[in-house]
Structure formats: C-alpha cells, structure tokens
Write a protein that binds this ligand. Structure first.
Ligand code: CDP
Length: 223
C-alpha cells in the first residue's frame, strides 16, 4: 500500500463528513477524495446507460471502465464523469435513493477501491478520504482515522438545508426516512458495511460547529 499520509473519515449521511473532510484537506494542502461522489457518479452512469440494477456483472464491468475524476476548483469539488461535470446531477434525491444498491455489489466495490487507492497514492503530500469503509477496508492501515456521527434528526436537518440551498424540493420527513433506510442498508450489507474502525476516533458532531470538528481532527493529526 502507498506510503502517502492518509486521513480516513467515515460516518453516516449528514454527519458532516464532506464539509469537514474538504476543510481539513484544504488546511493541510492534502488531496480531498469524496468516495460517496464516486459511487454516485457510477450510479449516474448506470442510469444513463440503462443498466439493470439487478445485473451485478454489468454494474461491476461498468465500474471497471468508468471515467470518474475529482478536481478542486475555487474551493469546491468538481466531479467529472466521462469528462463532464456532474456535481449537481449526482446530488438529486432520486439518484441518492439508488446509490446504495450499486454500492452493495462486491465487484463494484473492488473497482472503486482500486481507483480510490490509486488516486490517494498519486497525491504528493497526502489525502483525506471520506466515505463508509475508508478506515475499515480501503485504508485499514491509515494512521489517522475518524468516525463522525450525529443524532439522526440533526443529520436530516443538515441535509434538508443543503438540498434546499441547491434548489431541491423534498420534505424533512421524507429526508429523515431516506437517511434511516440508507443507514440501515449501508450498515448491514455484506460487503464493506458502514462501521467504525476499532482504532478510529469517534466524534459526535451533533452540538459541534464545522470548525470545532476540523480543529479536533487537525489537532489529533501530527502532520
Ligand atoms: O453525502 P451522503 O452521506 O448522503 O452520501 P455519500 O457519502 O455521497 O454516499 C452515498 C452512498 O454511497 C451511501 O449511502 C453509500 O450507500 C454509498 N457509499 C459507500 O457505500 N461507500 C463509500 N465509501 C461511500 C459511499
């Protein structure tokens, strides 16, 4: 495995992973890798190509071929699928509801893992990766591991605010339901379920600001 400095941040939807991971990466001059965005982009590709969601082989093949790139542009993450920016399309609620089916396939995860390790390994200084299985599967040997969590009501509220800002219409109740189902499925799947690595530091972000969490993480990382 690569010798690059890796900070692994895992946790459920709305725990603040993305915002925190991006900020930590920015402050340390590290590469920011949003692995959820990669699963989302792959799901978008599957929808575009009308691949049957029950066809594990076809989805795994798609994962092996897909062209996904992550770029930072003026402090925002740009997600490129086949050379086109898809940042907004992959956050649509209809797509969010499908990602977990694609992400539960072993062949898909194998390809995504390769890509994630390759991306992190190519970074000069280090990388902050966020997702569900970074500390447990993708970089089990990472020196710095964190598991962010928050009360489900707070997580739903945060996501509601984000989606509203993006102009998406969805009720808080529907979002809370989606998050509950996703948590359950992500935590109970056979391959790489969402879990706190034994050696990860648990941070309950319910009452904390983004800056509080970022400071806590940076303080723990003696980089
Ligand atoms: O931003 P949010 O927490 O809602 O989700 P995300 O990080 O974009 O991930 C979307 C979905 O992708 C999750 O619900 C998981 O099913 C899947 N995922 C995964 O299985 N493994 C990862 N490392 C990242 C995401």
């Amino acid at each position: 495995m690569s010798k690059v400095n890796v900070i692994a941040i895992d946790g459920p939807a709305g725990s603040g992973k993305s915002t925190v991971a991006k900020e930590v990466a920015g402050r340390l001059g590290f590469l920011y890798i949003d692995t959820g965005a990669m699963y989302r982009a792959l799901t978008l590709k599957a929808i575009k190509e009308a691949v049957d969601f029950n066809n594990e082989q076809a989805l795994s093949r798609l994962a092996a071929e897909v062209d996904i790139q992550l770029k930072m542009h003026r402090g925002s993450l740009q997600v490129m699928l086949d050379g086109k920016e898809v940042g907004k399309a992959i956050r649509k609620q209809a797509l969010t509801e499908k990602v977990r089916f694609v992400a539960a396939i072993a062949g898909v995860r194998k390809e995504m893992l390769k890509l994630q390790r390759r991306l992190a390994g190519a970074s000069k200084s280090g990388a902050v990766l966020e997702g569900r299985d970074i500390g447990t599967v993708v970089f089990p040997g990472a020196e710095y591991k964190f598991y962010l969590d928050a009360y489900p009501e707070e997580r739903a509220k945060r996501r509601y605010k984000e989606l509203k800002q993006m102009g998406q219409k969805i009720s808080l109740k529907a979002l809370a339901r989606d998050i509950k189902i996703r948590d359950r499925d992500d935590m109970t799947r056979d391959v790489a379920p969402l879990a706190k690595a034994r050696d990860a530091i648990y941070i309950d972000t319910t009452e904390l600001t983004v800056n509080d969490v970022v400071e806590q993480i940076i303080k723990k990382c003696s980089i």
